[in-house]
Design a binder for this molecule. Structure first.
Ligand code: GLY
Length: 363
């Protein structure tokens, strides 16, 4: 197998993630290669900004391969990841005449990917879809693994389905136009993989020369970190596709991250920034419980900061934190689950954390 193709091996519907510079300019050929030909209608879901950058290129290339492809733009931002946007997509699907043999293509970041995936999971009881992530965060996390969702006023991603994509195409060149703050936010998820399972990746990220290359968007180092991250994700997802157990470790830093996003208002912190702070809190709890060395906790925090990410917990009230955590879908049988590190490259799922052990990090 090509070294930049990663298989996500599943019981049914295994698929490949292909990382290739320039792949966004050649989607028609890539679709043909995986057995998708011109007789299948395509609806590309994106947003205005991404469409302007890449939409025309993708559509022109698809036309060259005689595909019937149209773009539908949704509004950008977490506040539009909702049932109304979903309904707009269904209307577009109806207008274009998407049938059971048609495909949707998500072209954009995590919000576009999650909503498109859920639209594909539900339109005509489920059609195929392709992920073309254009942000670091969606490349290394949300585009792979089949979690699709929209938000409910009471919480993030409460309405969704597991629906695996047919394929994922990643073009690191799309990162060249990503705002630096968003790129850094994506690095939080990359660092997460280092902590939960990949010590070698953690050490790679620590190296100053590598860090400079990554932050300067040097192609090979980007491919390296994207590939390593997806390999870990593919391995975990193939073991536990529907998150009945081990897959929960991918949520390291996310419980507190969601609290921060929710209470500070989406937009104040980007998802990755909130996860960075969440990892810091989880690391501190693990130090207090003597699950890992204080030194490892400091190494983690230093690495997070070195990629320009925050670690300082914002001022939020304890009772508000509890309310959000209780409503989080990670609550099982009334107990809160936390993912805590045992060392760099190893985490575990804990159900026995007392409120006092984590509330002390809040006001
Ligand atoms: N983003 C966590 C997961 O895919 O399970």
């Amino acid at each position: 197998m090509n070294k930049n193709k990663i298989l996500v091996p599943l019981k049914n519907n295994s698929y490949e993630v292909r990382i290739k510079q320039g792949v966004i300019n050649n989607i028609g050929e890539e679709l043909n290669k995986i057995g998708i030909h011109k007789d299948r209608k395509l609806l590309i879901i994106s947003n205005k900004e991404i469409s302007k950058l890449f939409g025309e290129k993708v559509v022109n290339n698809l036309k060259k391969y005689n595909f019937h492809a149209e773009i539908f733009n949704i509004k950008a931002g977490e506040s539009y990841k909702n049932l109304e946007t979903l309904s707009d997509i269904y209307n577009a699907a109806f207008k274009v005449g998407l049938d059971r043999n048609s495909l949707m293509i998500a072209l954009g970041g995590g919000i576009v990917g999650d909503v498109t995936g859920f639209a594909a999971a539900t339109w005509l009881r489920g059609i195929e879809y392709i992920q073309i992530p254009t942000t670091l965060l969606s490349m290394v996390d949300s585009s792979v693994g089949g979690k699709t969702a929209v938000n409910h006023p009471k919480g993030k991603n409460l309405i969704g389905a597991f629906h695996q994509p047919k394929a994922v195409f990643i073009d690191p060149e799309t990162l060249l136009t990503l705002p630096p703050r968003e790129f850094k936010a994506g690095m939080a998820e990359v660092i997460k993989y280092g902590i939960i399972k990949d010590k070698a990746l953690f050490e790679y990220l620590e190296n100053k020369e590598n860090r400079d290359k990554i932050l300067n968007l040097e192609n090979n180092s980007l491919i390296q970190i994207i590939k390593n991250s997806i390999q870990t994700k593919a391995c975990i997802v193939s073991e536990d596709e529907k998150e009945n157990g081990i897959r929960a470790i991918l949520n390291y830093g996310h419980s507190f991250g969601h609290v921060i996003e929710n209470l500070c208002g989406y937009g104040e912190f980007l998802h990755g920034e909130a996860i960075a702070i969440g990892m810091k809190i989880a690391g501190d709890i693990a130090s207090e419980k003597k699950l890992w060395l204080k030194e490892d906790s400091l190494k983690q925090n230093k690495l997070i900061e070195s990629y320009g990410l925050p670690i300082q917990t914002p001022k939020i009230k304890k009772n508000e934190v509890l309310k959000i955590l209780m409503g989080d879908k990670k609550v099982r049988n009334g107990k809160m689950r936390f993912i805590l590190p045992r060392g760099i490259g190893e985490v575990d799922i804990f159900n026995d954390i007392e409120e006092s052990q984590f509330l002390k990090y809040f006001d």
